[in-house]
Design a protein around this ligand. Structure first.
Ligand code: FPP
Length: 237
């Protein structure tokens, strides 16, 4: 797998898990956990930029998350909206390029517009790209890609024989983004939970016991060190 000279992963993906438990431990509503999780995300995105990580993909809302209470869902949506408004306001300072993975059509028109604005207005920056997974599921992404390819075949733009791994990758939300070398899941869970199903076939997974709102630069350093150790062992360097 392609690696940078200093063996720093180019692309890190994170399942931001444990917000609810973090809040419960403190006797706070779950939304307070998500709010603290949002702060942790902000901090880590900045840190990735200083480390020179090129892509950071975060699982912010899954296709499964709609099953949570209406109060919790609307709390997360409100947080995302607030975050994107601030990101648009502070864009010239932070230089983060945004992309969104997932089926955005189920989000409110206001949130969809914020996503589109953030994506188009930040496309000029080249320091770190944050891929926000919103209403995202790995299987759903693959199905949407298949559907689009089938439509292109029906329209005569493609032939079934055109399909191979490289071609199919262009039909995914992640088109043009290299696969993540490192996937981190905090909070003690050891599952992949429908995250980047196509893209993680060669990724290294690091599972950590810290809850996401407590996740800081030192945890990212530890996960990267673990990744680098594994690569030295298997890379023959
Ligand atoms: C998983 O924790 C987290 C989520 C489903 C939502 C992630 C959302 C955020 C971190 C806030 C997004 C906002 C910004 C600005 C990035 P959980 O609720 O499943 O935790 P639990 O497993 O302890 O219940």
């Amino acid at each position: 797998m392609a690696q940078t000279e200093n063996n720093m992963p180019r692309h890190i993906a994170i399942i931001m898990d444990g917000n609810g438990r973090w809040a419960k431990k403190r006797g706070l509503p779950r939304t307070a956990g998500h709010s603290a999780g949002g702060e942790a995300f902000r901090n880590i995105a900045n840190y990735c930029r200083t480390l020179g990580v090129e892509y950071l993909t975060v699982y912010a809302f899954s296709t499964e998350n709609w099953k949570r209470s209406e109060e919790e869902v609307s709390g997360i949506m409100k947080l995302l909206g607030k975050y994107l408004e601030e990101a648009l306001r502070d864009m010239e300072k932070n230089h983060v390029r945004f992309r969104f993975f997932g089926d955005l059509s189920r989000l409110s028109p206001q949130l969809q517009k914020l996503c589109l604005d953030a994506q188009s207005r930040s496309s000029q920056y080249d320091e770190v790209q944050v891929n926000f997974c919103l209403n995202y599921g790995g299987r759903d992404e693959i199905i949407r890609g298949i559907r689009q390819f089938a439509q292109d075949v029906a329209a005569g733009k493609k032939s079934p024989n055109d399909l191979n791994e490289e071609e199919f990758s262009r039909y995914l939300d992640s088109a043009g983004v290299p696969d993540p070398e490192l996937v981190i899941r905090p909070s003690g869970e050891r599952r992949i939970s429908n995250f980047l199903t196509w893209q993680t076939v060669y990724s290294e997974f690091v599972f950590m016991d810290v809850l996401w709102p407590d996740f800081g630069p030192e945890h990212l350093d530890a996960a990267i060190a673990e990744y680098q150790k594994r690569n030295r062992r298997f890379g023959g360097a």
